[in-house]
Ligand binder design. Structure first.
Ligand SMILES: Nc1ncnc2c1ncn2[C@@H]1O[C@H](COP(=O)(O)OP(=O)(O)OP(=O)(O)O)[C@@H](O)[C@H]1O
Ligand code: SF4
Ligand SMILES: [Mg+2]
Length: 337
């Protein structure tokens, strides 16, 4: 197989063994460890987990936007088969926003209050794409229409738009440099329920229309069911379960996933967020040994505090839990067939 063939068949995004540490008070502490997944064009994958599990760190690392006190300690990120220099700020500059862009949580409040929104969208078109002022303005107006805002509303200042419209502007900005991947980091958290649904619908329509790969970060599993093809469950910096949304909702394997799904099992209660899991998620300083979920896990065994379970493929997905260590992994089964 030639290099070109390999690139042609490569996934849009391929994350392999990604680990990131934060330096704080003279210590380096792992925030995410051994994160691996692939994303195809037009596919939507959710990244779900409690606060502090490492979702934003994963997004920032992939997009080359880690803060200065973070370091990539292991792993690779490939875009269409090509390795990205995610740990080199200057080398990453040409890739940033043009391949992967991020819509941040509450970012709509970060719009510049002094500038008309059309120019806030036009600016990256001038800076990154080298468009003239007129062409950048025309592109910004097209992007506004694409996200469901009449182009003439581009003359508005941010305070003249509703929260939902400001978040649509942020999505237009994220699309300004024609990325193939959009990461939505809790893009609807600050919005009311009806506007949340509209923004998620918009992201779904844009995904289909532009064949975008979408990574949707959320606390809210009910959002995942409506929006995504696959889901990754993250706990204390590691992916602990991954699979198709339909499979994971029908038969969650990991005890943490089971508790998450049980916590939204009764829609009549109006409970749409992660709740009712005993204990608190660990922070960077207090991550437990072995399987980090063991202090909260109803199925914990002796080995759980001693050894980190491997992330293994079983049946329709992957899981990291000692409950499944006796199961012959499918990859090994097929390798010996
Ligand atoms: N700049 C930083 N310096 C030091 N520690 C950090 C930094 N940013 C995040 N952390 C820590 O890294 C861990 C992962 O944080 P991250 O923001 O990725 O989690 P998250 O899953 O996105 O959480 P949330 O749902 O609250 O947004 C947390 O323990 C957090 O306190
Ligand atoms: S490895 Fe052990 S503690 Fe961790 S989720 Fe599985 S059973 Fe629970
Ligand atoms: Mg976050």
């Amino acid at each position: 197989m030639t290099d070109n063939t390999q690139k042609g068949s490569a996934p849009l995004l391929s994350v392999d063994g990604l680990s990131v540490e934060y330096r704080s008070k003279g210590r380096s502490l792992p925030a995410i460890s051994d994160v691996s997944f692939e994303l195809k064009a037009g596919e939507a994958i959710a990244l779900v987990g409690e606060s502090g599990s490492g979702k934003t760190t994963t997004a920032m690392a992939i997009a080359g936007l880690l803060p200065p006190n973070a370091a990539v300690s292991a792993g690779t990120v490939r875009y269409r088969g090509e390795r990205l220099p995610i740990d080199d700020d200057a080398a990453m500059r040409p890739h940033r926003w043009s391949e992967t862009s991020v819509v941040f949580q509450g970012a709509m409040n970060a719009l510049n209050p002094m500038h008309r929104v059309v120019w806030q969208i036009a600016e990256p078109c001038m800076l990154k794409l080298g468009l003239s002022r007129d062409k950048a303005r025309a592109k910004a107006m097209e992007l506004l229409e694409l996200v469901g805002i009449p182009a003439d509303r581009g003359a508005a200042y941010p305070h003249q738009l509703s929260g939902g419209m400001r978040q649509r502007v942020m999505i237009a900005m994220a699309l300004a440099c024609n990325p193939s991947i959009v990461i939505g980091d809790e893009p609807t958290t600050a919005l009311d329920v009806i506007t949340q649904a509209q923004i998620l619908k918009l992201l779904g329509e844009l995904r289909a229309r532009l064949n975008l790969g979408l990574v949707l970060i959320t606390h809210d599993l009910s959002v995942v069911a409506e929006t995504c093809d696959r889901v990754m469950i993250m706990y204390a910096g590691r992916i602990v379960e991954e699979g198709r949304v339909v499979d994971i909702f029908a038969a969650p394997r990991h005890p943490y996933t089971r508790l998450l799904i049980a916590s939204i099992a009764d829609p009549a209660s109006g409970n749409r967020t992660i709740q009712s899991i005993p204990g608190d998620p660990p922070n960077l300083q207090t991550r437990p040994s072995g399987c980090a979920f063991h202090p909260r896990c109803p199925s914990a065994m002796g080995i759980c505090s001693a050894a980190i379970p491997d992330f293994e493929r079983i049946e329709q997905g992957c899981v990291a839990c000692h409950l499944y260590s006796h199961v012959q992994p499918l990859e090994k089964v097929s390798a010996h067939a």
